[in-house]
Design a protein around this ligand. Structure first.
Ligand SMILES: N[C@@H](CCC(=O)N[C@@H](CS)C(=O)NCC(=O)O)C(=O)O
Length: 209
């Protein structure tokens, strides 16, 4: 049994989607970011960085922060969603791309263009341009494959919740047809739908026209 500490945000949803796809038993604990619960002394014992997600594996006693590391741990535990051999390194490569590029840059887009529009034209232009470039990289990658590393993997679980904020990003997925096709295929998966609404079902997956 895995204890998952999470909220209705992309980094948390990566883990609930992966857990659902892997079929691992878990219990979700809501850490309300709006109320600052991620910085409480009790939660800092679970995640010393004061962010979601985090897990505690009741079977092994392992406690972990950082969504990329958690995904790798869960893939090893379940034996699922991680290819073997050379492809393992491709998955690692694209997971690091998500952790170091797609996630942080789209996070800045949300900060400047969704929550603080008008605060800084420079920042809005800078992060929008980088977002469009990264969408282009993902679109090219998906041109000749169904998922980011051929079969569905933790990399798709990592990228999907960020692309699912396409409406906050004022992004026209029609301009990235391969991303759109992949997004719709992911969104149609029952496990992805179940994982997306953890830890509460206030927001469902936004589907583009
Ligand atoms: N690199 C971390 C980033 C985690 C992160 O930024 N989480 C955000 C939500 S998506 C958060 O908890 N924000 C609250 C805060 O910064 O206080 C990971 O991938 O786990």
């Amino acid at each position: 049994m895995i204890d998952l500490y999470t909220w209705t945000v992309p980094n948390g949803r990566k883990i609930s989607i992966a857990l659902e796809e892997m079929g691992l038993p878990y219990e979700a604990h809501a850490i309300n970011l709006g109320r600052g619960e991620q910085k409480s002394p009790e939660y800092l014992k679970v995640n010393p960085n004061g962010k979601v997600p985090a897990i505690i594996d009741r079977d092994s006693g392992v406690r972990m922060m950082e969504s990329g590391a958690i995904l790798l741990y869960l893939a090893e535990k379940s034996g699922k969603l991680m290819p073997a051999g050379e492809k393992r390194w491709e998955a690692m490569e694209w997971l690091m791309w998500q952790m170091g590029g797609l996630g942080p840059m789209l996070g800045q887009v949300h900060h400047y263009t969704h929550f603080n529009k008008g605060l800084s034209d420079y920042a809005e232009d800078r992060y929008r341009a980088e977002m469009d470039r990264l969408y282009g990289v993902l679109d090219a990658r998906l041109a000749d494959r169904e998922f980011i590393v051929d079969d569905i993997s933790i990399v798709d679980c990592a990228c999907f919740p960020w692309i699912a904020r396409w409406n906050w990003q004022e992004q026209d997925l029609g301009q990235f047809p391969n991303v759109k096709r992949w997004f719709l295929a992911m969104a149609a998966r029952p496990a992805v739908q179940r994982g997306y609404v953890v830890p509460n079902d206030s927001q469902t997956i936004p589907i583009p026209d």
